[in-house]
Write a protein that binds this ligand. Structure first.
Ligand SMILES: NC(=O)C1=CN([C@@H]2O[C@H](COP(=O)(O)OP(=O)(O)OC[C@H]3O[C@@H](n4cnc5c(N)ncnc54)[C@H](OP(=O)(O)O)[C@@H]3O)[C@@H](O)[C@H]2O)C=CC1
Ligand SMILES: O=C1OC[C@@H](O)[C@H](O)[C@H]1O
Length: 360
């Protein structure tokens, strides 16, 4: 079947930056296993020129309406869903405006700076009865589903005792323009919210739904952060973070780390169990590509997962299927899951004394 015969979803894109370019180019891929034809219907940018250049480069076969404001996208009757690709600190106002206009919303991670704002966004979507999801694309890769099945259905490495996940990406604060979204505290920069969120997500995939887990009890949490500046409040951006979660009822722990001071090698995650271990690897902790299984006394087995494009189409197809089914939250990345991760990040920041202006 050609993508032209598939049901459609019409996207309005906010922000013509890096993530929007990756997302849009993946949506435009012709894929054999696609379940939806994604249409780039509108682009909202700070300038028409920037929006047009973005469209020519990333979706040349589409003819989106280009707006020099985000309001144009919210008010475009041809847009079904708004994709928010702006810096963290704008997510809340962008999402609330799109929801108010009656649009479905896929909002980049982190959903907001803190759990309080995240809850407001979720409440607004529930009230308006529109689909709303945090775009944590990693959860939608087939490899994440496979890992879950190996660990919890096949129990292939027995009882899980420990999971270690590290997202290292070389992007020191001092080497960026002070106003860049990964350097500016005013825009929510910092390792935890930007990339540590993926380490926490993997830990959650591995342990939050493990058999024997008591969902009424939040795991114990300890955290440590290394800041770009310990003394200058405006530059108090975490460049390295470590969060340890303790699950006493499982006799298991998760060690979740992230750093902006080195690039991690391809093996970013390890899950250890009573009968063996599984290594998770890939380009980065957000884009997994292979698993290596080692069960005691047997040889190791590596399985590679081929990904067409970058991999954003997995979440986009899933979103479209949820919307067609009349769901307002994702069956994979629920509001409950989103709030769990947001609250863990709040707790880690509180322990380490990292406050953003939006927390006030
Ligand atoms: N899922 C993933 O793998 C990734 C997710 N992200 C997430 O996407 C979001 C955006 O990140 P990224 O694309 O890297 O950022 P960029 O700085 O590359 O792009 C953000 C865009 O937002 C718009 N914008 C609006 N207000 C501002 C402002 N005050 N400062 C800067 N830009 C502004 C701009 O678009 P315009 O001028 O057109 O309005 C800008 O190009 C972040 O929340 C990040 O966490 C980022 C990278 C990967
Ligand atoms: O989500 C992300 O993953 C890739 C990085 O480039 C980026 O900083 C981050 O937002």
């Amino acid at each position: 079947m050609s993508n032209n015969d598939l049901p459609t979803l019409r996207w309005g894109i906010l922000g013509a930056g890096l993530i929007s370019s990756w997302f849009v180019s993946d949506l435009c891929l012709e894929r054999a296993e696609a379940t939806t034809k994604h249409i780039i219907q509108a682009i909202g940018s700070s300038s028409k020129d920037k929006g047009s250049t973005f469209a020519t480069k990333n979706c040349p076969s589409h003819k989106p309406n280009i707006y020099d404001s985000y309001d144009g996208v919210y008010n475009d009757p041809e847009v079904d869903i708004v994709y928010i690709g702006t810096p963290h600190t704008l997510h809340r106002e962008n999402a609330l405006a799109a929801i108010k206009a009656g649009k479905h919303v896929l909002c980049e991670k982190p959903l907001a700076i803190n759990s309080r704002d995240s809850q407001k966004m979720i409440d607004a979507a529930r009230e308006k009865c529109v689909f709303f999801m945090k775009a944590v694309w990693t959860r939608f890769f087939p490899i994440a589903k496979k890992l879950h099945a190996l660990l919890h259905e096949e129990r292939i490495i027995g009882d899980i005792a420990s999971v270690h996940v590290d997202f290292g990406l070389y992007m020191p604060v001092g080497e960026k323009d002070a106003n860049h979204s990964t350097a500016s505290r005013a825009l929510g920069a910092g390792a935890l919210l930007d990339i540590g969120i993926y380490s926490l997500t993997w830990a959650s995939i591995v342990l939050d739904s493990a058999p024997g887990r008591n969902r009424d009890i939040e795991p114990g949490l300890t955290a440590s952060m290394l800041f770009y500046s310990e003394t200058d409040v405006d530059k108090k951006v975490d460049e390295e973070v470590a969060v340890v979660l303790r699950y006493p009822e499982l006799k298991a722990q998760a060690v979740c780390t992230a750093s902006m001071l080195y690039k991690k090698g391809e093996e970013f995650g390890q899950v250890y169990g009573s009968k063996g271990s599984i290594t998770i690897g890939g380009v980065s902790a957000s884009k997994p590509g292979f698993l290596v299984l080692r069960v005691n006394d047997t040889e190791e087995k590596r399985t590679d997962f081929e990904v067409p494009g970058i991999g954003f189409h997995y979440e986009a197809d899933a979103v479209a299927e949820d919307i067609r089914a009349g769901r307002i939250q994702s069956s994979v990345c629920s509001w409950d899951h989103t709030m769990t991760i947001m609250k863990r990040m709040d707790t880690a920041r509180a322990i380490c004394g990292l406050v953003y202006p939006q927390d006030e």
